[in-house]
Design a protein around this ligand. Sequence first.
Ligand SMILES: Nc1nc2c(c(=O)[nH]1)N[C@H]1C(S)=C(S)[C@@H](COP(=O)(O)OP(=O)(O)OC[C@H]3O[C@@H](n4cnc5c(=O)[nH]c(N)nc54)[C@H](O)[C@@H]3O)O[C@H]1N2
Ligand SMILES: Nc1nc2c(c(=O)[nH]1)N[C@H]1C(S)=C(S)[C@@H](COP(=O)(O)OP(=O)(O)OC[C@H]3O[C@@H](n4cnc5c(=O)[nH]c(N)nc54)[C@H](O)[C@@H]3O)O[C@H]1N2
Ligand code: SF4
Ligand code: SF4
Ligand code: SF4
Ligand code: FES
Ligand SMILES: [Mo]
Length: 891
Amino acid sequence: MVNLTIDGKAISAELGTTILKAASSIGIEIPTLCSFKDFSPDGTCRMCLVEVVGSKELEKACSTPVAEGMVVYTDTFVVRNERRQALKALMVDHKFDCMACYKYETCFFVENNANLIDFDTYKAVGTEGYADRQIDDSNPFYFYDPGKCVLCGRCIKACDHLQCSHILAGFDPEKDNIIKTFGDLPRGNTDCVSCGNCIAVCPTGALAPKKFKPFGYTKHVQTVCPYCGVGCTLNLKVVDNKITDVFSTEGNVNDNLLCVKGRFAYDFVSSPDRLTTPLIRKDGVLQEASWEEAISLVAQKLKEAKQEGPQAVAGLSSARCTNEDNYVFQKFIRTVGESNNVDHCARLCHASTVAGLAKSFGSGAMTNSIEEIDVMDVILVSGSNTTETHPVIGAKIKQRKAQGAALIVAEPRKIELANYADVYLQIKPGTNVALFNGLMRAILDAGLEDKTFINERTEGFEAFLEFMDTLTVEKCAEICGVDPEEMRKAGVLYATKDRGGIFYSMGVTQFSTGTDGVMSTANLAMLTGKIGREGCGVNPLRGQNNVQGACDMGALPGDLPGYQKTANPEAVEKFEKAWDAKLPQNTGKTLTEIIDGVGDKTIKFLYVMGENPMVSDPNTNHVKESLENANFIVVQDIFLTETTEYADVVLPAHVYAEKDGTFTNTERRIQLLRKAVDAPGVAKNDWEIIGMIAKEMGVKGFDFNSASEIMEEISSVTPSYTGVSHERLSNGDRIQWPCLSKDSEGAKFLHAGKFTRGLGAFMIADYIPPEDQADDEYPLILMTGRILEHYHTRTMTKRTPGIEAIAGDAFVEINPAKALEYGIAEGDMIHVTSPRGSVSAKTRFNDGIMENNLFMPFHYGDGGANCLTGGAVDPIAKIPPLKVSKVRITK
Ligand SMILES: Nc1nc2c(c(=O)[nH]1)N[C@H]1C(S)=C(S)[C@@H](COP(=O)(O)OP(=O)(O)OC[C@H]3O[C@@H](n4cnc5c(=O)[nH]c(N)nc54)[C@H](O)[C@@H]3O)O[C@H]1N2
Ligand SMILES: Nc1nc2c(c(=O)[nH]1)N[C@H]1C(S)=C(S)[C@@H](COP(=O)(O)OP(=O)(O)OC[C@H]3O[C@@H](n4cnc5c(=O)[nH]c(N)nc54)[C@H](O)[C@@H]3O)O[C@H]1N2
Ligand code: SF4
Ligand code: SF4
Ligand code: SF4
Ligand code: FES
Ligand SMILES: [Mo]
């Protein structure tokens, strides 16, 4: 520590600290511009000049370290004068069109320096050469106006060190003072992912969204992103009841970062296509109806269905909706519908995680928190295209890698993270179990297993070891199609680092052996003792904004809220008391079984809330047949979709920005949504609509007045949500389940000291090849998945023009060498045919996929990848094999 005085106050500060930080620690704020977070300042702006007694010149507080006995003055006449000169230098070539500028209220000049700007400086404004600096408006979402750029370099630091996309190069003060991209390309022609994280840190209007509305009645509302499971906090700027901008903030799960969807894809909320009234199909056409008509028709059909016998009612709940909506929905299907036939998209997603981790650990959720990435020494990513599907987590993994952690990637497609990996294993699709077994064999061969952990914390190891003794690294590597030495290297790297996390998603779960794949990740973590400690764990990245919550709330055929089993008489009795109702005691039908049941008419009443199975479920032709055959379908959505084409009644719902309620993100964090805008027409809250039907049916227990009231009931019956309330959340409490009391914040990581099931269980899983194998008729293997810009069935993202400009059409990725073999050029239309169906789409070349593989995003209803998928489901989790379909292609 050194002692110094700043503005007459004596302080002691750590050696090496800057004057800037030392001053800030005693509440003296020095203006800065080019200094940003902890990244080394460029020292170019001279805004932070201070007087240090004994120095001939003023010093830059941002880069001058404190010293023993130093005497600093931050606000003298000389200092103010020099800062004013620095400011003037910035302002002479600044284009001041403040009244039309994006940053008109908040720019650096206005916010921090009003007291520095004198008449002289004002007169100098914009007197020099910005005019010939071309605006770069090549990116569909934002522009760069060098005329407003103060060359602070913050955008470069954000892109390099936070987003880690490395798009921006710097500027040439000798030449033109413009921030250039690498290769000097227009931003729209670079690999810029349009995250806008540079806009968020730009102190002026130099970087700004193309679309913004500065004036009108304005409010800012903090809520949660409606897209992926990262659960980023969004600050919506609402002008005249319309979202006009989205800001990020520090200190939440996303720590000021967002991706293109969260920041820019909000147009759908105010889209003229939103459903505004209930619709009833009459003479084959959906026609506007009143709530009374629609509700009474739904109730009548529900009564009829129930008379047809038990379990004739089914519901698909929604991971897009709040916990409160999901809780009420499953309670409705179970009490009013008297059926356990309730499921949701988790069946197509992490059902194998819920089943597999329950077997291994006793509970099926991400064990770490996102912030723990910052302390991991090794990160293993497999079956997760993290930078596109969980972009903010992807950015954090890249940040951690840049700080020196090791990164292992095992993926059949060369995803972005593979470029940064210490070891990249390009495995064949469907070979995960062999991959993880190979890594474990390599660890055992090197004697790197954690014997203490295995002895103290696990069971079943001896039998597991016997099984492992039947394997060799070479055999496993051969199945995966990778070099055994690389496999060994990866295993040893993972085992020798102290703290490590495994991250996986659909590339591990969506197989007929998905549960085996999941249990293998758990085996790997336990073998090396990398679980139950900070920075160590198994992390299924949950996909949808609230899929974790929809599962927690019991929107599953065998689980009541909090994973209390429908097959457990005690649990059922507890809920019968709580809900004052008679409950069915069976395991209901899963999502795919429900679709089958609708088709064969064993299900007479299907209630779909916030899902679009006509695009998202496997084997579209089969789904279509079933829905065509249906007795009665009610769909509750925010838009007409491919699925509403088969609906008898359509009910208009509120969407996230119109709702209060909670979402639970991938790291089990329960976060509060706040209503920001009024919903269109007579649309209603999802839970309110369900309540109206219940009332019409004469069933009590649904007369809630608010989402907060619903949470009170949730917390009274769901052990892991016991301490959760809207009041706590709105007071700023941060809660990750399990939260067992009102004063608990829950758990940052799971299984500390003891697994949920007691001892962790080693589960034997041998490699079983996928049902679909390439053959003469279908020589290629198609993988399906996602791209950064679009979200699922595009109901929301297709309403943002910038996204459509980047990714408007369906496509098939093909290796250029394979395309050559078929005489196919990039952009050619090809037919892809599987045993289930056929679609057409344009080709896109990608030399990062193997020659015998294709990849198609499933987002597009037209050219829908799910016409091709299908086949036998996982025997335990009932998840369909969406990642491997045998196909053939023709031009
Ligand atoms: N932009 C965007 N983000 C999203 C979504 C979206 O629609 N759009 N959806 C959200 C949802 S619900 C989910 S579930 C997540 C899904 O997130 P991810 O699982 O990351 O996404 P996918 O593209 O389905 O598949 C990921 C990867 O699996 C790999 N893969 C295929 N076969 C295999 C295999 O045999 N082994 C291994 N190890 N990998 C394989 C593919 O290479 C692919 O890159 O994304 C969420 N985030
Ligand atoms: N081939 C292939 N198929 C897949 C996958 C794959 O990797 N490959 N992945 C699977 C996975 S992991 C998933 S999660 C599923 C996703 O499948 P879905 O859940 O069917 O897909 P979404 O497009 O998210 O559908 C959500 C629907 O809810 C509506 N909605 C949004 N917000 C609200 C709201 O607040 N209230 C109401 N009532 N409705 C709302 C939307 O308009 C949309 O119609 O797809 C699966 N299908
Ligand atoms: S939008 Fe994102 S990727 Fe593009 S330049 Fe800015 S920070 Fe970099
Ligand atoms: S664009 Fe903005 S953040 Fe980047 S150097 Fe210019 S003023 Fe600074
Ligand atoms: S990373 Fe996910 S939660 Fe965050 S802004 Fe993007 S889509 Fe939204
Ligand atoms: S903040 Fe110190 S020189 Fe820019
Ligand atoms: Mo998902």
